[in-house]
Write a protein that binds this ligand. Structure first.
Ligand code: ATP
Ligand code: MN
Ligand code: MN
Length: 291
């Protein structure tokens, strides 16, 4: 079948199912990203990006890709970033809906930006706490953890925002003025995670080791390192049911049932009915990480 055109970009095999037999097609995925792009791009635009590409759909093998290739499309941009070994590599970024759709044409399902922009990858401007509950932890407890992080950030004069991960948990995100190094941001996040564990050792854990996590919420502060990513708001997840990582208002989280409460259909409906960004105000905040 010939391709069809979405947002000016040719999408081949639009009829191909990408989330298993009854799930959305590649054409529907492209239409989804075109529809949510106005909400998604403010967070995604201009940041180095890791992709999750699934050439045979989410039920087949998927892979993370962080390096640019010209074959990705003319609106998918490249930025030179120094790697750990000192060599430069081309990283991916997009700054418009055409770039997003070209990546969808290349079977991208998930979008994972850095907490920094491509023009200054060593100067982060966003931190994230990734809350990873172990099996059996109640949603209420995850919501409680997110609210506690919000309060602790507020004590540091940082306003924060929350999204579902599209998986098990929640992400709490705070923007801040560029200036501090990655090392400083990571240390700040670690100190908050450590303080929470010290106060509630039977609720939280801040160590990455999986062995001691039973019944606890892992407060993953390690996403705040140079080169680390977290999934962007409105991104689909390559998991059964086509769940979406969804930015929500703080008042909304208690009413949700899980981190995968939104799927493609619900997210599309939400995109069309929202009159304000759930993260309204994030772009105009001018707040600093405490030194
Ligand atoms: P969940 O709520 O189910 O934990 P999640 O997106 O938070 O969903 P995590 O495993 O906690 O999943 O990972 C957090 C972030 O770390 C991801 O959003 C992703 O950006 C990044 N990440 C995870 N695994 C990898 C990987 N193998 N390669 C590169 N980045 C990864
Ligand atoms: Mn997580
Ligand atoms: Mn994690």
């Amino acid at each position: 079948m010939a391709g069809h055109v979405v947002g000016g970009i040719t999408i081949t095999h639009p009829e191909r199912r990408v989330f298993g037999e009854d799930g959305p097609t590649k054409g529907e995925v492209a239409a989804y990203y075109e529809a949510v792009a106005p909400w998604m791009l403010p967070e995604l635009s201009g940041r180095p990006l890791s992709l999750v590409r699934c050439p045979q759909g989410s039920t087949g093998p998927c892979f993370f890709q962080k390096h640019h290739a010209d074959t990705l499309g003319p609106h998918v941009k490249a930025v030179d970033i120094e790697e750990k070994d000192g060599d430069e590599a081309h990283y991916i970024y997009v700054d418009d809906v055409r770039g997003v759709l070209e990546l969808v044409q290349m079977n991208t399902l998930e979008f994972h930006p850095w907490g920094a922009h491509a023009d200054k990858p060593d100067r982060p401007d966003r931190l994230v706490f990734d809350l990873d509950p172990s099996a059996g932890v109640e949603w209420k407890a995850i919501v409680g953890a997110a609210r506690e992080i919000r309060e602790r950030l507020a004590e540091a004069k940082l306003e924060s925002f929350v999204r579902t991960s599209g998986g098990k948990g929640l992400h709490v995100v705070a923007p801040f003025r560029r200036g501090p190094s990655w090392i400083a941001v990571k240390a700040f996040c670690e100190s908050i995670a450590d303080a929470m564990v010290a106060e509630h050792p039977k609720r939280y854990i801040a160590e990455a080791s999986k062995t001691k996590r039973e019944g606890l919420i892992f407060i993953d502060w390690l996403r705040n390192t140079r080169g680390a990513t977290s999934v962007t708001g409105w991104s689909l997840r390559a998991r059964p049911g086509a769940p979406v990582a969804m930015p929500v208002r703080w008042e909304e989280i208690a009413r949700l049932k899980s981190g995968s409460a939104f799927d493609l259909k619900k997210a599309l409906k939400r995109a069309k009915s929202l009159d304000a960004d759930p993260w309204e105000g994030i772009a105009s905040l001018s707040q600093s990480l405490p030194s």
